[in-house]
Design a protein around this ligand. Structure first.
Ligand code: HAM
Length: 413
């Protein structure tokens, strides 16, 4: 026997019960986002590599360690999408959507790829529901998007959720702050974890995220970005908060919130769930990315959005799983009647009924067992003497003509 081939690590199969649960999540999201005017978009599974390296950021873990990048046969470097924002902004620019009324509001449900260490709530192929509003810097865009993710999580009955909010300001203030933070980290280098120390230049902000105790103590007194932001950024943030208050959505401001992608400016947020393990407790999050369009060769175009992990949302959800639609008709038959039974099954399905037919050569007795297992309300048994029709919700068995079976189950005979 050949060696057994299994699914790659960090991937999983969606089996029918899981698919039904996802379809339910998808329709909940479609309803909530559709009501707010978001249109569905689907971009390719792979993109030109620079789309991600320029926007997500060369220094991020995503770009440095996690991308599935490969040359195609013509030598172009392609990458399986690790996230959806850069592709959506690319599509916005490519299709001239700036000519439409702004902001253009889009949502997606797609799979993404990151070479991460697989664990509960962390996969190498995972799904996200995401929403992006491109073309307006109005704080109402930020607040609307945050409220919509809150609404989605509430509709799912996601357990123990918390909204955490921060602001990063625009890039100039951030660049100056980065320098200040680097200097502070260098001054305390001996107390930092080796990982943080090695990344002072590359990614100083990550130090706030460190689990290392002595690093955490150093970070207590580290300079905070929020104290270095210009007034207009603070005003923007104040308005986002005021609008969230107006919508009665509670939040916590955490000035040390860091996200693993470089394109963010101004608003940053996450919904976390206490029902998930701390390392993977972010159900979803996002923020503003007012310079992303320029990074990929477009004109200055503000944008804001979020993405939430399908697996994590399902893990935190208390929404009851969907009930499978009932089987209406089970068709059993003697071997001599196979073609007649087959015809009825095809006709019944064409007429919109759900019908099951024996497909494994069981005896009539075996078929009747299957019929009751299927929960079908009607059972038609094709025998040499005609069709016997049973209504499992009561009534006498009747012998009926094959062409009338459907009329009987519809109740018009
Ligand atoms: P992200 O924080 O990288 O943001 O991912 C968003 C969500 O996707 C996470 O909160 C998590 O639920 C889920 N997720 C991420 N990686 C994995 C994984 N390996 N396995 C399972 N779930 C995962 C983004 O992707 C941004 N594009 C969000 C955004 C949209 N920002 C602005 N617009």
């Amino acid at each position: 026997m050949s060696a057994k081939i299994q699914a790659p690590r960090g991937t999983y199969d969606v089996l029918p019960p899981g698919a039904a649960e996802r379809a339910q999540l998808e329709s909940t999201a479609a309803k909530i986002l559709g009501r707010a005017g978001y249109g569905r978009i689907e971009t390719p599974t792979f993109e030109a590599t620079p789309l991600f390296s320029r926007t997500v950021g060369e220094a991020t873990d995503v770009v440095q360690k996690e991308m599935y990048t490969f040359p195609d046969s013509s030598g172009d470097s392609l990458t399986l999408r690790p996230e959806g924002t850069a592709p959506v902004v690319r599509a916005y620019l490519e299709h001239g959507m700036h000519k439409e009324p702004q902001p253009v509001k889009l949502w997606y449900l797609s799979s993404f790829f990151r070479y991460e260490r697989p664990q509960a709530g962390r996969f190498r192929q995972f799904w996200q529901i995401g929403a992006e509003a491109i073309g307006s810097a109005d704080p109402a865009v930020d607040a609307e998007l945050i409220v919509l993710l809150g609404e989605l999580l509430e509709a799912l009955g996601a357990r123990d959720t918390k909204l955490v909010l921060a602001t990063l300001g625009q890039s100039e203030a951030r660049a100056a702050y980065r320098e200040e933070l680097k200097a502070y980290l260098r001054a305390h280098e001996d107390r930092l974890s080796p990982e943080v120390r090695d990344r002072i230049d590359l990614n100083p902000l990550r130090a706030f995220d460190a689990k290392h105790e002595s690093t955490q103590r150093v970070m207590v007194d580290a300079p905070r970005l929020i104290d270095r932001l210009p007034q207009e950024d603070l005003d923007h943030f104040e308005e986002v908060k005021a609008l969230l208050d107006a919508a009665d959505l509670p939040y916590e401001v955490d000035t040390t919130l860091v996200r693993g992608l470089d394109y963010y400016t101004r608003t940053l947020f996450e919904f976390q769930s206490g029902a998930l393990e701390a390392a993977q407790n972010t159900l979803g999050g996002g923020g503003r990315y007012d310079h992303l369009a320029e990074q990929i060769g477009g004109p200055p175009t503000p944008g804001m959005g979020w993405a939430a992990g399908v697996e994590r949302m399902l893990m935190a959800s208390t929404q009851p799983p969907p009930v499978a639609p009932p089987v209406e008709l089970y068709i059993a038959y003697e071997p001599s009647q196979k073609a007649n039974a087959f015809r009825l099954a095809a006709d019944a399905r064409r007429a919109g009924h759900s019908a099951r037919l024996e497909l494994a050569g069981r005896s009539v007795k075996g078929q009747l067992k299957q019929a009751s297992r299927s929960g079908a309300r009607y059972v038609a048994v094709f025998g040499d003497e005609g069709v016997q029709l049973r209504d499992r919700e009561g009534g006498e068995d009747k012998v009926v003509a094959p062409e009338t079976v459907m009329h009987h189950i519809r109740g018009d005979l």
